[in-house]
Design a protein around this ligand. Structure first.
Ligand code: CMX
Length: 434
């Protein structure tokens, strides 16, 4: 057993015992009422899941195992000479519930570099798709082609005890995280760079190597990838991608199947695809207005037009948050530090000033403030990554850290198959004599 796995194994029995004792004492207590409206309206605010790795507060934003994003930026290990947190450290923190040191991070980097071999048939499966296939479609095909490598699937077919499930899920999760950057970079280079592929550099960290394989070797872009991969990783359990992975995994589908399901959810425009929609919307606005430096009045007019056309303003609003997303602020600070004069950053900043007031005035948008997707595209565009159809794949690679750490824990805690009750309008009407 490798040292990371061995370390994780020591966490399982105490966590199982803690939950068992808690359930024995408080298992029959109520968490509150569920209203009819909640059942119809996307289960908002209905506590129905356990996700140990992170918790979202509507006012404050996300905390990973209790740490806010600024705290993570201060405390997580950095690449030598760098100032952004390493995603390896974030993964260690959320999986182990322990702040990592430099050795923990190095061990993870090395483990993922060793596991990063992608079989040729995965590239062939992707190559079978036309170049016009959306990068998220290519990504999901790549993930499913990788499934030939599942350790859990093979072990289950052989016949293993329930107590061993987590061990094979751990192997699948670690292999998948290790291989995703290679698959994603392959899709990028195939689709936009004439299949001029770049070999991995195993000496680099996970995010630095990803930047390298994408073809962006400047240190500032690597730092951006480290920050990006850290802050997009986990957003508690109820968002579409995290919930989909957990739900599909609850049927004992393996990590590849579960993660592919989550990525199909991330590819929806109300979720992760919003990061491409933001840039598309912004560029269309600049084109229509005929200027790269629109005034706030011009932006306001365009926002009103978007709403009048029955469309959402991408990058704004959130199902849980009621304040500006701290992930947005972390990216804004990166822009202020590295590219304060970037014209597109100025446009994004003006949008940030203009949009909340307009959305608030509609009287129906519950959160008029920007979310994570409102800023990421501008940062990528600054370094020359202009192919915005690809942006959601970057989100997906990062999201693997959170959802797969959770899947390992799901197996370690022997979480049961998810099967909530559903009802009909007729039955509800009868119940309330309506
Ligand atoms: N622009 C215009 N209208 C918006 C809006 C926006 N940015 N955000 C919410 N609304 C509208 C909703 O469409 C809804 O309208 P109807 O009553 O006509 O259906 C109304 O305001 C109330 O919605 P809400 O309760 O405030 O928001 P929800 O919890 O239903 O939805 C979200 C949340 C994110 C889907 C929504 O704010 C949205 O569509 N935003 C734009 C897309 C986006 O940026 N998504 C990315 C979210 C982050 C991520 O997952 O990556």
């Amino acid at each position: 057993m490798d040292r990371i796995k061995e370390h994780f194994s020591t966490k399982i029995a105490p966590a199982q015992a803690e939950i068992k004792a808690f359930l024995a004492k408080h298992g029959e207590e109520s968490l509150g009422e569920i209203t009819v409206a909640q059942v119809y309206q996307g289960m908002r605010g209905m506590t129905a899941l356990i996700c140990e790795t992170s918790k979202l507060d509507s006012q404050e934003g996300i905390r990973f195992r209790g740490y806010s994003i600024p705290e993570l930026q201060a405390k997580l290990p950095k690449y030598p000479g760098g100032s952004e947190p390493l995603p390896e450290g974030l993964f260690h923190l959320i999986l182990m519930n322990e702040m990592p040191d430099d050795d923990d991070v190095r061990r993870l980097s090395n483990s993922w570099a060793r596991r990063a071999i992608v079989p040729q048939h995965v590239f062939k499966a992707i190559d079978a798709l036309p170049l016009t296939a959306h990068p998220m479609t290519q990504f999901v095909v790549g993930i499913m082609a990788l499934r030939t490598e599942t350790e859990f699937g093979k072990a289950y077919a052989r016949g293993i005890s329930k107590s061993e499930y987590w061990e094979y899920t751990y192997e699948d999760a670690m292999n998948l995280i290790a291989r995703l950057p290679r698959v994603a970079a392959y899709i990028y280079r195939r689709t936009y760079k004439n299949s001029d592929h770049i070999e991995p550099d195993p000496k680099l960290d996970w995010a630095g190597n990803f930047a390298h394989m994408l073809g962006y070797d400047n240190e500032e872009f690597r730092e951006l990838m480290r920050l990006y991969m850290t802050i997009h990783s986990d957003h508690e359990g109820g968002n579409v991608s995290a919930h989909a992975v957990h739900l599909v995994g609850s049927a004992l589908s393996d990590a590849y199947q579960s993660f592919a399901a989550g990525m199909n959810g991330l590819a929806g425009p109300l979720h992760g695809l919003a990061n491409q929609e933001v840039i598309k919307w912004t560029l269309e606005m600049l084109e229509e207005l005929g200027t790269q430096e629109p005034s706030k009045d011009q932006i306001a007019q365009y926002v009103h037009q978007t709403l009048a056309n029955g469309k959402v303003v991408p990058g704004f609003g959130h199902a849980v948050l009621r304040k500006t997303d701290p992930r947005y602020m972390a990216q804004r600070e990166f822009a202020q530090k590295h590219m304060p004069e970037d014209p597109l950053f100025k446009v994004v900043s003006n949008i940030f000033e203009v949009v909340p007031g307009i959305l608030e005035a509609t009287g129906k948008v519950k959160n008029p403030y920007p979310n994570v997707d409102a800023h990421s595209g501008q940062l990528l565009m600054h370094y020359g990554m202009v192919e915005y159809d690809f942006f959601t794949v970057l989100f997906g690679v990062s999201r693997s850290l959170g959802v797969l750490a959770n899947l390992i824990w799901d197996r370690a805690l022997a979480m049961p198959i998810e099967r909530p009750d559903s009802t009909t309008t007729l039955l509800l009407k009868q119940k309330f004599n309506a």
